[in-house]
Each structure stands twice: as structure tokens, then as C-alpha cells.
Design a protein. Structure first.
Length: 447
């Protein structure tokens, strides 16, 4: 599987997601990791892949995921956010080792690639953050990750918390080691967990260093009403206003959730060019609320999509996130014209690319863009009769319809192939989960 092998994805219906949102019949030709030609009469390629009865779409971009939480799937259901965090997430995260983080991240990547996601922004890991990068490298996925930063103990286990200065040192050395590796496929980001787990000093340093090094900052804000109250109690400010007072609001900021934000905060997010990451399924499962996505987008805030973590979703299926987003905002406003399918597909592709600084390079099928592509097989009852591709993608298709996923011009998932590799991965992940639960001191969680 050499990097220079060229591919022609033939006879498909191409949902380009270009500026005109063209939908074309024909081929997508790929060489050297980039898209070289689109349409009919493209030059021959080394390998032809027949995409008859299929949609060829830009790979999905999930801007908020937790690679290190896949092993917690089904271990933290039906709890309030505080119990979810204190009684499940923190003890489980504290029990992580390098191996458990690695296999958790590999499992997440496998799930996302098999569901057509090609690029992610990860929240990283407090323990063994390098294992998330190793998993991204080995899975072939495009992504940004970093060390999850927490320097206020609050009620978190000591092993997840560090001193601001040493956390920054570790972040910078990880950035040096992993940022820009795999031909630019992997990038570093700063990942402070959320306001309540970070000191002013830590957040100020992050804001400063992100500007200096031109890297992204990824954090959570205003997911839960109690969280917003606690931030107000500590700082006297609303959450987003507080982050602004530290210099964090900028186009380099990826801000997950933003459910409980005031009108003043929405206009602040818009003015500063902050990218909001919407995770509708996780917001429903944790009963956090419904983010004012429609209002934020109308104010010019860029909103993209993510599946968050396996313990609060419980899948990484971008089709499910698109459908959920399209549905909940309609009922929130009692208006079925809100968030039409095309806008939701844009959130899953183009807006994600813009958030990650990849506008024009990802999230659309145009010559010169990365060859990050997903093929969706439409030969299924729920996708018949073949009619409007964007409607089919947002309202009817699912992860199981993905037949092929390419990242950087390489095949990273092919439905029906590599059964043994998958079995091995599932076995390793299951074994790591068992050990992790034993280490966490929560034996009642084991199977
Ligand atoms: Zn999250």
C-alpha cells in the first residue's frame, strides 16, 4: 500500500460539498494523498474502484471526541452529570495505563473510520496522552489531540491532576514530538478539560502559547446549569465571558457544548470567531439541554458536530449525530424548517474543516483537497428509492452503509475485509476494559 498509488472511484454520485454544493455523476481521482480530478473523463489510475449505486462524500469531521473513553462504553449510563463524572468517568480515567489508552483510542478510530469519519479533534488524555497519537498514527486517521489539562483537584483523583507549570512543559514536549507528524496528518492541540478543573494561570498560559505556536485549544463550556453556576460562584462571570477575560476566545478555540449561553455570550462567540462543537446525542443522554445552535449560527458562529465520548452517546456514528441535530432543533423551536439537511451536512463536513483550520483542504471534494473520502452504499431498503442524496445522508443512512473510507489517499476501511484484524482489536479492547475496571476499584461494573 504505497503512498503514490492512485485511485479512481468510478461511477458514483459525488456529493462534492463544494461552494456550489454540486452533486455530480462520475469519478473522483486520487493521487499522492490528494484529490486530482472530479467528474467524467479523468486520467487513468493504478486502481479502479467501482462506486455504482454509491454516494461518494467528503469524510466526516468530528470536532469533539474522547478517544480515551471508548473502553467506558456501557459503564456509565443513566446518571446525572455530576455522578457520571465523579462516580464513573474520573475513577475510570484514573485507572488508565498506556495500553488501555492506546486500545481505547484504536477502538474509537476503528469505529469512526468504519462509519465514514476521517478527521477528528480529540480531547486527549491526562494519562498517557502519547497513546492517543500512537493510535491515530496506526489507524491512519487524521486528527488533533493533546494532553488533557487539569490543575485544580476539585473532586478529581490526584493522578489526573498536575501543576500548571509541569502540565505546560509536558504539553510543549508532546507538541514537539507529535505535532505535524505522519506528513501533517497529526497535529497538536491544548486540551484544558473545562473551567472548573483549571486555574486562571493555566488557562492564561494556554491562551498565550496557542497564539505563539499557532495551535488549537480544545475545551468544554456551559454544558450543564450547575457547571455554569459553579463558574459564576468562583469567578463572578458567565463561563464564556470568563474564558474571554483570560484571552482564550479566538478562531483557534474549539468550544464544546455551549448550551447555557446568554445572548451576550453568543455575540461574543461570534465576534471572536470561536468554533462551537455541538454534540446533540450526548446532550440528550446527560439531559444537559438543547444548545441554541440555530441562534448561534444565525449570529455567525461556526458550529460543527461531534459524538463526544462513548460513555455519553454511546457510539461515534456521525450519521446519528446529523440526524439528531436535524431533529432536536426543529422541536426546540417548533419549526420544521430549522436546520435543513444541507445545513446539517455542512456542519458534519465543511464547518468541521473550518474549525480545524482545514477549510478548502478537507470537508469538500475539490481538486487539491486531501483525499479523505467516504463511500456510502445505497443498495439498502432504507435508502430506496434513490432520490435526494443530501436527504438520504442526513435522515436515512447509517454507519453500516459505509462501504469504503480513505484518508490521505489510502484505504483505511473496507467493508467485509480484514475480519481477523478487527477480531484482534476487539479482543485487545475487551481485555483492556476488564483490567481497567479491576484497577478502578469498581468491580460491580465488570461483566
Ligand atoms: Zn466532551
Amino acid at each position: 500500500m504505497g503512498t503514490m498509488e492512485s485511485f479512481e472511484l468510478k461511477n458514483g454520485v459525488i456529493v462534492t460539498q463544494n461552494d456550489r454544493r454540486d452533486i455530480l455523476r462520475g469519478s473522483v481521482r486520487v493521487e499522492g494523498g490528494r484529490i486530482t480530478h472530479i467528474g467524467r473523463g479523468v486520467p487513468p489510475a493504478d486502481v479502479e474502484i467501482d462506486c455504482t449505486d454509491s454516494l461518494v462524500i467528503p469524510g466526516f469531521i468530528q470536532t469533539h471526541v474522547h478517544l480515551n473513553q471508548a473502553l467506558f462504553r456501557s459503564l456509565a449510563d443513566d446518571l446525572s452529570l455530576i455522578d457520571w463524572l465523579m462516580r464513573r468517568l474520573y475513577p475510570l480515567e484514573a485507572a488508565h495505563t498506556r495500553d488501555s489508552v492506546y486500545w481505547s483510542a484504536r477502538l474509537s478510530c476503528e469505529e469512526m473510520l468504519s462509519g465514514g469519519t476521517t478527521c477528528i479533534a480529540d480531547m486527549g488524555s491526562a494519562i498517557a496522552p502519547e497513546a492517543c497519537f500512537a493510535a491515530l498514527r496506526d489507524s491512519g486517521m487524521r486528527g488533533c489531540s493533546g494532553k488533557m489539562l487539569m490543575d485544580l483537584a476539585d473532586e478529581a483523583p490526584a493522578s489526573l491532576v498536575g501543576e500548571a507549570e509541569s502540565l505546560i512543559r509536558t504539553s510543549l514536549s508532546l507538541m514537539k514530538e507529535w505535532g505535524g507528524t505522519c506528513g501533517g496528518r497529526l497535529r497538536y492541540l491544548f486540551a484544558p478539560r473545562f473551567a472548573l478543573s483549571c486555574s486562571d494561570e493555566l488557562l492564561r498560559s494556554v491562551a498565550c502559547l496557542a497564539k505563539e505556536h499557532g495551535v488549537l485549544v480544545h475545551t468544554h463550556a456551559s454544558e450543564n446549569r450547575d457547571e455554569v453556576q459553579a463558574v459564576k460562584g468562583r469567578t463572578g462571570m458567565d463561563n464564556v465571558e470568563y474564558l474571554d477575560s483570560l484571552g482564550l476566545l479566538s478562531p483557534q478555540l474549539l468550544l464544546a457544548h455551549c448550551i447555557w449561553v446568554s445572548d451576550r455570550e453568543i455575540s461574543l462567540l461570534s465576534r471572536r470567531g470561536v468554533n462551537v462543537l455541538h454534540c446533540p446525542t450526548a446532550n440528550l443522554k446527560l439531559a444537559s439541554g438543547v444548545a441554541p445552535v440555530h441562534r448561534m449560527m444565525a449570529s455567525g458562529v461556526g458550529v460543527s458536530l461531534g459524538s463526544d465520548g462513548a460513555p455519553c452517546n454511546n457510539t461515534h456514528d456521525m450519521f446519528q449525530e446529523m440526524r439528531c441535530a436535524a431533529l432536536i432543533h426543529k422541536v426546540r423551536d417548533y419549526d420544521p424548517t430549522v436546520l435543513p439537511a444541507q445545513q446539517v451536512l455542512d456542519m458534519a463536513t465543511r464547518h468541521g474543516a473550518a474549525a480545524l483550520g482545514l477549510a478548502g483542504l478537507a470537508g469538500q471534494i475539490v481538486p487539491g483537497a486531501y483525499a479523505d473520502l467516504t463511500v456510502v452504499d445505497t443498495q439498502a431498503a432504507h435508502l430506496c428509492p434513490f432520490s435526494h442524496p443530501v436527504s438520504m445522508l442526513v435522515y436515512a443512512a447509517g454507519a453500516a452503509d459505509v462501504s469504503l473510507t480513505l484518508v490521505d489517499g489510502r484505504i483505511r476501511y473496507e467493508r467485509g475485509s480484514d475480519g481477523d484484524g478487527k477480531k484482534e482489536l476487539f479482543m485487545r479492547a475487551s481485555r483492556e476494559q476488564e483490567r481497567l475496571v479491576a484497577r478502578s476499584g469498581m468491580p460491580y461494573l465488570s461483566r
